[in-house]
Design a binder for this molecule. Sequence first.
Ligand code: ZN
Ligand code: ZN
Length: 312
Amino acid sequence: MRGLHCDGRSIRLRRDLQDPAPKSNRFQTVRVSFAGICDTDLQLARGYMGYQGILGHEFVGTLSDGRRVTAEINNSCRVCPVCLNGRPNHCPARTVIGIVGHDGAMADHVLVQTDNIHFVPDTIDDSEAVFIEPLAAAFRVPEQVPFGPESSLAVLGDGKLGILCAWVARLHGAKVSLIGKHAAKLALSGADIATHLLDEISALRRRFDVVIDVTGSASGLATALTLVQPGGTIVLKTTVAADHALNLAPVVVDEVRVVGSRCGPFPTAIRALAERQINVRPLIESVYSLDDAELAFEAASRKGAKKVLLRI
Ligand SMILES: [Zn+2]
Ligand SMILES: [Zn+2]
């Protein structure tokens, strides 16, 4: 089969890959229809985490019986103390589709864990369904940090995930400010979200109860520390490959909570898309065939690019 393969340093479309075969009924094969390219994929393609295998963790496809599905990406054992404690996404034995030790979905077929499968209703089309995984990650934030109509919340970073986080915060009633570097992307956020260019935020110091760092940059946390109120919360959505030094004294002095945040609830994301609470279509930049996946990665790497999709 075809698949976009990463050798730990660069990517290449291969046509000589083995079709994956489930070893037990714990896994099933999904025939992939669409996959999305996210910033994690761009980092993996450059050698971040030394991942070797097929990329892709945002996808939709069909089971052998034709039903449309997507799947959560953490393949966990379900029997260790961490899993039994209700945190399968943190299973120490886990693999992660297209990220850690498990081939991803930028391919004709992908193996998914049976109990990670979610059915996709017909009201969500394939190009929208690719957003279920990142939208679920955005819905993880209100699970971790309660906020409501009284809360002032800033999202730092106007990438795809940043805009999704801003929309989810608006759904929960927060007063939302989106801060980024690209006027065109800030404009996508819609009328009821305040937007600010990053170099115009000096007036926003210590304004926010909650700041979500989705910059994907090592300097994001330092900027977030200038924006958050004493006693407030910073949510880190950024996994930065590079080590960096940071003065954490303000965290202590201002008693700031710092919360790491990763994967979130798929059913909530599916409902939000199906009920049109969130419209992801404006976030789509372009659609490429899997055969042009290398070009698609170039397009996704361009500054200010929105979501680039692969039609498998
Ligand atoms: Zn992703
Ligand atoms: Zn486990």
